[in-house]
Design a protein around this ligand. Structure first.
Ligand SMILES: C[S@@+](CC[C@H](N)C(=O)[O-])C[C@H]1O[C@@H](n2cnc3c(N)ncnc32)[C@H](O)[C@@H]1O
Length: 204
């Protein structure tokens, strides 16, 4: 069986949502949000630990926030999310409304370095997805805020930014928004795989 058959089958089972989510935003240029596969892993981990209270540090336009909230929907869980850029925070709030998640997500606007140390616990899980140089200074507070056995998830901890974009370029993702290597790599990136992308499903 051709490997594309497996890829297409999996893509059919888990249709991408990220692109459609970004396209429905007024703020399309600022989109450093997790990839579809990362979003699915986040949802899986949240379900596995039966989380009901999750803290996200770094909201952007709220794509991962929605995935976290959806993963707790049956248990009525809630997300607290922190964002210091007022423009993206405003867009995130609009997106939460559009997805019908506004009652399940609390957005705290401001600098995570001020907000997180003053937050009360306990959270079942924390998703750290803010500027990477803040991971170390925020770690002690994350540990304080997690319940015993709670889950700390940190996005992109091992791969430096430029290397990450080179990897994405090598995978034919040279057009990745915000890619500092975009212009240079776009010419050398391999063409996208043929075939129609699967239809996106879901509310958002
Ligand atoms: C990678 S994006 C978050 C993406 C989002 N988690 C998603 O996947 O949908 C990181 C966000 O952290 C925000 N940020 C950076 N430094 C911050 C700080 N000190 N306090 C709060 N937010 C910050 C940025 O404005 C940006 O929107």
């Amino acid at each position: 069986m051709h490997p594309d058959t497996f890829t297409n089958y999996l893509a059919h089972l888990y249709p991408p949502r990220r692109q459609r989510y970004i396209q429905t935003c007024e703020l399309k240029e600022f989109v450093p949000v997790v990839e579809d596969d990362v979003a699915r892993v986040l949802g899986l981990l949240i379900r596995l630990v039966s989380a009901e209270r999750v803290l996200e540090i770094g909201t952007s336009i709220g794509f991962s926030t929605i995935q976290l909230a959806e993963a707790m929907e049956q248990r009525g869980g809630r997300v607290v999310t922190v964002e210091f850029d007022p423009l993206v925070a405003e867009q995130a709030l609009k997106n939460f409304e559009r997805c019908g998640m506004q009652d399940r997500i609390q957005l705290l606007a401001g600098d995570a370095m001020d907000i997180v140390p003053r937050l009360p616990g306990a959270f079942d899980a924390i998703f750290l997805d803010v500027d990477k140089h803040l991971y170390a200074p925020l770690l002690e507070d994350c540990i304080r805020l997690l319940r015993p056995g709670g889950l700390l998830m940190a996005e992109v901890t091992l791969v430096p930014r430029k290397t990450r974009f080179r990897l994405l370029a090598g995978l034919g993702r040279a057009d990745f928004p915000g890619n500092p290597l975009r212009v240079r790599t776009a010419k050398t990136a391999p063409p996208a795989a043929p075939g129609r992308p699967p239809a996106a499903t879901g509310r958002c």
